[in-house]
Write a protein that binds this ligand. Structure first.
Ligand code: MEV
Length: 337
């Protein structure tokens, strides 16, 4: 009986999983409604929810106890604490409870929280899944509705999120994503073979709201400059999509390098990211770029073989990356329940 109830609890928790992500092409530009490409990583956040009804209080803002057991790079949880709280509250505003209640949320999973990996999106999407599981009123939520709830939560972290992170957290796999004036457009991309990568943290936690806000200010100050970069990006992304589909890793890598240059020009890279990108290439990566918000956060390297993957991971550690991960983009970590 004990074994059975443990299994049931594990299965319930597994249902709330939401993936981390890495952007292959198009961070920042995606905010301005051009396509970007994102791959979910296999690591996930999950959420256990315990609910107790109370006699007093507001159903739209339940009394919350949050236990955060997610692994994280140093500083991440402290720096993101207020934004995370706001994000969680926004999800409950979007999905109000039926009655006043006390709720205990326990976040866990194997996704190491670091700027750039979509940890905030994974957290709010796992929360939306836990709400669906726990509250009868929400038991019929569709995946699109889970994604929409995640998007509401993401506004706690970003001023104007494109929605790419919560969409990757919800659906997994490799996605082409485009923000629009209405619902986002996204499609699952098929690739012939998994794409081996290494990603590494600079150890610096950045604020997406601040960096996206600064890019917006620069864009408004000099629209021509921004349009020029955007055009270059769009041409590059189109070629990147073709390379992905054809499994042409050499071209894919070259385009990742080019995307990194555009992000440098956009001023969202930084010395720590540039140094890691250079170290990865020197160790045999066939392409490398920063990924996500930038000005800290993560970089990503394309490593075609196990041998190159090991060499690049080692080189990144030597270059001072406090955390390095080996993984691959593939299309079978999607969820369809
Ligand atoms: C963050 O992972 C990606 C950004 O493009 C912001 C967004 O799309 O919401 C920087």
């Amino acid at each position: 009986v004990v074994a059975d109830s443990t299994t049931v609890a594990e299965e319930r928790l597994a249902e709330t999983r939401a993936f981390g992500k890495l952007i292959l092409f198009g961070e920042h530009f995606v905010v301005y409604k051009v396509p970007a490409y994102v791959g979910a990583v296999a690591a996930y956040t999950d959420c256990a929810m315990e609910l107790e009804e109370t006699t007093e209080g507001d159903a739209a803002s339940p009394e919350l106890e949050i236990v955060d057991n997610r692994p994280a790079v140093p500083d991440y949880k402290v720096k993101k604490f207020d934004e995370a709280k706001e994000a969680i509250n926004l999800v409950f505003k979007h999905l109000p409870m039926e009655k006043p209640c006390k709720i205990k949320l326990t976040f866990g999973g194997d996704l190491c929280c670091a700027s750039g990996i979509g940890a905030s999106a994974a957290q709010v999407v796992s929360l939306a899944r836990a709400i669906k599981q726990t509250v009868p009123k929400y038991s019929n939520m569709t995946e699109d509705e889970i994604n929409a709830a995640g998007y509401e939560g993401e506004k706690g972290y970003h001023g104007t999120p494109s929605g790419i992170d919560n969409t990757a957290a919800t659906f997994g796999g490799l996605l082409k994503f485009q923000r629009t004036d209405g619902e986002p457009i996204f499609e699952k991309k098929k690739i012939k073979d998994p794409i081996k990568i290494v990603y590494a943290s600079t150890g610096l936690t950045s604020s997406t709201t601040e960096v996206v806000g600064d890019v917006r200010a620069k864009k408004e100050k000099d629209p021509e400059w921004f349009d020029g970069l955007m055009k270059e990006y769009c041409a590059l992304a189109e070629k990147g999509e073709a390379a992905m589909e054809e499994g042409d890793l050499t071209t894919l890598g070259k385009l990742m390098d080019e995307n990194h240059v555009l992000l440098q020009k956009l001023t969202v890279s930084c010395k720590e990211l540039d140094d890691l990108v250079v170290a990865a290439r020197a160790a045999g990566a066939i392409g490398a770029k920063m990924s996500g918000t930038g000005r800290g956060g993560l970089m990503l390297a394309l490593t075609p073989t196990d041998k190159v993957q090991d060499a690049v991971a080692e080189a990144l550690e030597k270059a001072g990356a406090p955390q390095v991960w080996k993984t691959s983009f593939h299309t079978n970590n999607t969820r369809d329940f």
